[in-house]
Design a protein around this ligand. Structure first.
Ligand code: NDP
Length: 291
């Protein structure tokens, strides 16, 4: 006797979320702005609501996962009257400020609210490796924990409604740093005729080796102790010039890599050359008055 659930938004992610609920036997109601996307879920047993209001009314818990914050409000503002007494779990990618504002908006309309960030791609949904971050009232999270666990491994980050979005955005930034580095690496070697498939296994093992240094850097950041272990910033700033020169020589644009070079130079100029890369975190804070 699994509790009924509604999923609003049937893009790649919403379809995966609804599919996981169906797989685990939750009576599942779905709604999407554009018709047609619900048909495969209906074939698996989902109830297709004719309106967003009907979708909200169908279940005590609604998961919304649409393109962005604007889409959340375009879909739900007109039917907000149907939110009272329901719980809304918003798994749409948002900024922390958007998450807090949507939380206020939902609670003002009598709904419970949790904000979440999905650290997974659609094929991972429903499996333990799908990490989903949540923030909001602990009682609301506890009340729906069993149902939300169907989607993957939930992690509760506390009562600040913006905290899950903050972690989500931070993790995505780390991911894009990695992807940017990867794209640059492949562009460089492809320009010399090396297939990406040849370089990629080396990149994977190199990144895995470098990842082991992150916990040590974290300790340095928290302690404000940036003594260099083996690789100081001055050496790295010099080496980085070669990275940019090679890109130019290979006919590859430096737009992805140049900002890190500028940061390294700024660190040296600020007297941090003998320290560890972890010290650069301090230089990323926008100066007072510019925020
Ligand atoms: P898709 O582009 O596949 O789907 C977007 C969904 O948003 C569709 O259901 C679309 O409806 C709906 N939508 C867009 N604008 C509006 C609107 N104005 N009103 C109502 N509905 C609207 O995106 P995903 O499903 O991949 O992503 C959904 C969310 O999940 C995003 O916030 C994304 O960042 C997040 N996410 C996605 C991941 C992924 O790998 N896909 C990974 C982690 C998070 P319609 O069909 O009518 O256009």
């Amino acid at each position: 006797n699994r509790p009924p659930v509604t999923v609003i938004g049937l893009g790649a992610m919403g379809t995966a979320l609804a599919g996981a609920f169906l797989d685990r036997g939750h009576p599942t109601t779905v709604w999407n702005r554009t018709g047609g996307k619900a048909a495969p879920l209906a074939a698996r047993g989902a109830t297709v609501a004719a309106t967003a209001a009907g979708a909200l009314a169908a279940s005590p818990l609604t998961v919304v996962c649409v393109l962005d914050d604007r889409a959340v409000h375009e879909a739900l503002d007109p039917v907000a009257g149907a939110l009272a007494g329901r719980t809304l779990v918003n798994l749409t990618n948002s900024t922390p400020e958007q998450a807090r504002a949507t939380a206020r908006w939902a609670r003002e309309r009598g709904a419970g609210y949790l904000d979440g960030g999905i650290m997974a791609v659609p094929p991972m949904i429903g499996r333990p490796e799908s990490l989903i971050l949540y923030s909001g009232p602990a009682a609301t999270f506890d009340a729906h924990l069993a149902t939300l666990s169907v989607l993957g491994s939930p992690m509760y980050l506390g009562e600040d409604d913006g905290r899950a979005a903050l972690y989500d955005i931070a993790l995505l930034g780390a991911m894009y740093g990695m992807f940017g580095g990867y794209l640059n690496a492949v562009a460089l070697t492809r320009a010399a005729g090396v297939p990406a498939t040849e370089l990629t296994p080396l990149i994977v093992s190199w990144l895995q080796a470098m990842l082991t240094g992150l916990p040590r850097m974290a300790k340095g950041v928290d302690a404000g102790d940036h003594a260099a272990a083996a690789s100081n910033v001055r050496m790295q700033a010099l080496g980085y010039v070669n990275l940019l020169d090679t890109a130019r020589d290979q006919g590859v644009r430096t737009e992805l890599m140049a900002p890190m070079g500028e940061l390294l130079d700024r660190a040296v100029a600020a007297g941090r050359g003998e320290g560890d890369l972890s010290g650069l975190v301090d230089l990323l804070r926008a100066p007072e008055g510019t925020r």
